[in-house]
Design a protein around this ligand. Structure first.
Ligand code: ZN
Length: 110
């Protein structure tokens, strides 16, 4: 099995729709650190698992310097964003979404 990992830094804003009172419901920003993990049993015809640039285009270029709520059709928690990344990139099996030094969520396929 071949593995790659792509690191992305994304500056953006969001707000969360929550069932309880939280300052996270107000518009605020993060500098997200995202790790995208991909794998393939066989390399493609270019000798890659997938192109690092494709990952950047599908994820960073879509949400960097946006209000993520205006771009993605779900409540943009770190957990939901991690799931979206795995669902967006066919070769991706895990995504780590770090909102701050202390707060990290990841989604990984079984
Ligand atoms: Zn936040």
């Amino acid at each position: 099995m071949y593995y790659i990992r792509k690191r992305l830094e994304i500056s953006a804003s969001h707000y969360l729709k929550l069932s309880y009172d939280s300052k996270c419901s107000e518009l605020h920003g993060h500098n997200w650190i995202i790790h995208v993990y991909c794998r393939a049993r066989e390399l493609n015809h270019d000798g890659m698992v997938c192109d690092f640039t494709t990952i950047k285009e599908l994820i960073q270029d879509k949400i960097d310097h946006t209000c993520i709520n205006n771009v993605l059709p779900f409540n943009p928690t770190a957990e939901n964003m991690a799931r979206w990344i795995v669902d967006t990139i066919p070769e991706c099996y895990r995504a780590d979404v770090q909102e701050s030094e202390g707060n990290l969520a990841w989604y990984e396929e079984d």
